[in-house]
Structures are given as C-alpha cells and as structure tokens.
Design a protein around this ligand. Structure first.
Ligand code: BES
Ligand code: MN
Ligand code: ZN
Length: 447
C-alpha cells in the first residue's frame, strides 16, 4: 500500500522559531502573530495554495500540560503528519498525539483519521498500550445504556478476556444470593437485565496479589430516591470505574508486569420497578455487617462493598478500586482531579507523582475517621448515606473502608469519568482517569 507522504507538525517553544524554517515561513509566522504561544496551530503555505505543514505553539515550559500536543492532534485536518521541532519527551509526545486524536464515532460516519508517523525515540509499544487502555475506557463510557446494559457490558468483558486468553467467571441473578453477594443483588434486582459479578485473573499464582475493583452501574436512575433529570442525564457513565479498571488491566497484562492480577466488576443497573430496594431497607452485606439504606442513590458503595469484601478475603498485597461514586468529589475538586484515598500515605504520594508526570492527576484526600459518625445508623451497623451533605466523598470512602480489613493496602479513586470540556489529550465526553497514574506506579513496583 502506497503511504501518502506526511506533513510536518513542528512544535515551537515560546519565542523560539526553529532555525530550520525558511524565510517565507518565518515571515508568514510573523505576519500571523505566531511566536509559539501555547496551543496555537498555524498552517504553513505551500505551493499553489496548498498547506506544507503546521506550526504548533508549545508555550513556556513552566505552564505546559504534559499532553499539550494532544490539542494539535484534535485540531488538525484528517491526514498523516510527522512530529518535528521541540516536543520534549518522545514517548509522552507520541502518547499525547494518540490520545488527542480520539473520536467516538459509533453513531456517525467516521471522519478520516488524523494519523502520525512513528515519533523517533518513543517507546512505541508502551504508547500503544496506554492509548488502547484509554480508548477502551472512553468507548465504554461513551456508549449509552441502551447499547451497554448489564448483558452487553458482560459481553464486552468476555471479548476482553478472549483477546487476552483469560477465563472469565460470572455470577448472575439469584446465584448472587447463593454465593453471598446480597448487596449486588439488592441494587440490581429491579432492572430488566440481571445484576452480576464478573471476575477474571491473570498472572502467576505465586506473584504478589493485586486486585482491581470497578463500579459497573450501567445506568443510575437513583432508584426510588430518583434523580432529577439534570442529575440523571449523564448517568450512562456510572460504569466509568469499571471501564477504567478494564483499561488499567489491559495495560498491566500487555506490559506483562510481575504481579498476580485479579479483576472484580460488579455490574448492575440501578432501576425502578416493583422489586426495587427501598429507603429504610436493611441489607446484610457479604461480610455479615448490616447496612441501613438511607438513600437508594448511594448504590455504588453497596455493590462495591460486596466486591471489596470478596477481594479482601485472600489478603492481597494491594486492592485498587475506581468508581464514579459521589457528586461531592466533583464539588470538592472539580471534574479533572479525582480524589484519591489510601490506607498508606507513602503509596498515596507515589500515586500522585505517577499521575502528575503522565497528565493523569489525582489528589490525596483523608480517610478522616471522625466523619465515620456521619454514616452511623440507629438500627444497623452503618447507613449507606450521610445524614447531612457534608464531606460526601470522604464518607463514601469511609463506607468502603469497612469492607477492607486484611489487604496490606487499599486505594480508592472517586473518579468523574467525563470531560465536560475538551482539554489537551482529552476530547469532550467519556474519559480515562487513573489508568496512567496507577499503571505508572505498578510498573515501578512490579516490573
Ligand atoms: N453515580 C452517582 C455519583 C455521581 C453523580 C458521580 C454525578 C458523578 C456525577 C452516585 O451513585 C450517587 O448518586 N451518589 C450520591 C450519594 C448520596 C445519595 C449520598 C451523590 O453523590 O449525590
Ligand atoms: Mn447513585
Ligand atoms: Zn451511581
């Protein structure tokens, strides 16, 4: 196949037009007021009204997002490009281009792709695995609940397992009660498609045990404590934790990290019908504790509680869960900075650092024990919702913590999973969060 020749995309630092530019291009840049301002894209004139390439402004180093080049990839016309100029770390640049060129085209005619020649010096395998991981998460989140209910989501995970040659185990419907997952069953039993717990493992049994758990609510109506329409509108993304856990699992497996991976994904639709669980119900959790339902919209922590209890039973070295768990997380830190909770302070710092270098930021929040009183119940061991609206992300994390007793360490990410506005490397819509941060940390520890 003849490869059409690529056009140069020349990265330009603030006030530093490269010497390689000819006099015409220099004048053109000046006439257009282009001096490498952060995020500016300028087409260069070629012969006969053509475009001979592009300049892209990298701005100053001190306020440059690591994935800035993703903004260029999102703005370019379809075609093939080769990165040139002053773009810093080649792997990060190549990843930025891939992540920024993402589009969700399942429901419209796909646009011709924006593609790039291999960036010299980049670790191509690592770039591909991180791009694939992010795209997997984004595609799953973007797919609406009519095409990604519990049945379809299970099918997607089956396809994932087939691709990686893994065995999958699924416990669904009434079987959840027999196998002692009462909260997963209670939350999901009102929906047309049965609740289920999906599990797979990878790696050598003797390697350190790392278990990933993801909230897989394919749609969250709020249940009988129904959400108002504005709050329900985006709730196809309530399986964003599970989607990101799958992306992370892909990166770990593809890289062959030396750990024994276990993935647990409770999948439910939080729907309304006769069998729906109710406010005031008391559920008995897998670990034997009792949970009073203060609010059926606090469903994520219930299904995670049972899954975390299972994860905890084999005393793994590390449990990481991801969940679109609370609106309060976004109130506290906004959509782009997920709260990170951890039982180990040093681990939290290392995760924040790994996130910062890969433009996958996380922020360490406290498991503030005194706030446990906010989720006390007068008739059961705990309530699933706080009596007040205070510290909602913290009290949700404290609720989860009750189900982790034996694991050496536990990390919880309260993610948003959505980019309300496009950012460099992060187009609008379903978005990956936490994958590069956790992967970057695990890679250091288990490679
Ligand atoms: N899935 C939501 C949390 C959510 C809402 C995430 C909006 C991102 C954006 C979760 O199930 C929920 O409804 N949480 C409630 C808990 C409350 C009832 C204690 C919340 O945050 O309001
Ligand atoms: Mn909810
Ligand atoms: Zn939810």
């Amino acid at each position: 196949m003849a490869k059409s020749k690529s056009l140069p995309l020349i990265a330009v630092e603030h006030d530093a037009l490269p010497d390689s530019l000819g006099p015409v291009e220099r004048h053109w840049a000046k006439a257009n007021g282009f001096s490498g301002q952060r995020g500016r894209l300028l087409a260069l004139p070629g012969e006969g009204g053509t475009i001979s390439g592009y300049l892209f402004g990298m701005g100053k180093a001190d306020d440059r997002p690591a994935l800035l080049l993703g903004q260029a990839a999102a703005a370019l016309e379809p075609g093939r490009y080769r990165l040139a100029g002053s773009f810093g770390d080649p792997s990060l640049a190549a990843l930025a281009l891939r992540l920024g060129a993402y589009r969700f085209d399942r429901y419209r005619k796909p646009r011709d792709p924006v593609a790039f020649d291999v960036v010299e010096g980049a670790d191509a395998a690592e770039v591909s695995r991180l791009a694939e991981a992010a795209f997997l998460a984004r595609d799953l989140i973007n797919t609406p609940a009519n095409d990604l209910g519990p049945d379809a989501f299970e099918k997607e995970i089956r396809a994932f397992c087939k691709r990686h040659k893994l065995e999958i185990k699924v416990i669904a419907g009434e079987e959840l009660l027999k196998a002692n997952f009462p909260m997963i069953h209670a939350v999901g039993r009102a929906a047309a498609e049965a609740p289920r717990l999906v599990e797979f493992t990878w790696g050598k049994a003797k390697d350190p045990k790392v278990t990933l758990v993801g909230k897989g609510v394919t749609f969250d109506t709020g249940g009988l404590d129904i959400k108002p329409s504005a709050g329900m509108l985006l709730m196809k993304k309530d399986m964003g934790g599970a989607a990101n856990i799958l992306g992370l699992a892909h990166a770990i497996i593809d890289a062959g990290l030396r750990l024994r991976l276990r993935v647990l994904i409770p999948i439910v639709e939080n729907a309304i019908s006769g069998p729906a669980f109710r406010p005031g119900d008391v559920l008995r959790a897998r670990n034997g504790s009792t949970v009073e339902i203060g609010n059926t919209d606090a469903e994520g922590r219930l299904i995670l509680g049972d899954a975390l209890a299972l994860a905890d039973e084999e005393s793994p070295e590390l449990i990481v869960d991801m969940a679109t768990l609370t609106g309060a997380a976004r109130s506290a830190l906004g959509p782009d900075l997920p709260p990170l909770y951890a039982t180990d302070q040093e681990l939290a710092q290392q995760l924040m650092t790994a996130g910062a270098v890969s433009d996958d930021p996380l922020w360490h929040m406290p498991l503030w024990a005194p706030y446990d009183a906010m989720i006390a119940s007068k008739i059961a061991d705990v309530n699933n919702a706080g009596a007040s609206a205070f510290a909602g992300s913290i009290t949700a994390a404290l609720f989860l913590k009750r189900f982790v007793k034996q694991a050496k360490a536990w990390v919880h990410l309260d993610i948003y999973g959505w980019a309300p506005e496009a950012r460099p490397g992060r187009p609008f819509g379903g978005t990956d969060q936490g994958i590069r941060a956790v992967y970057g940390y695990l890679k250091q520890r288990y490679r």
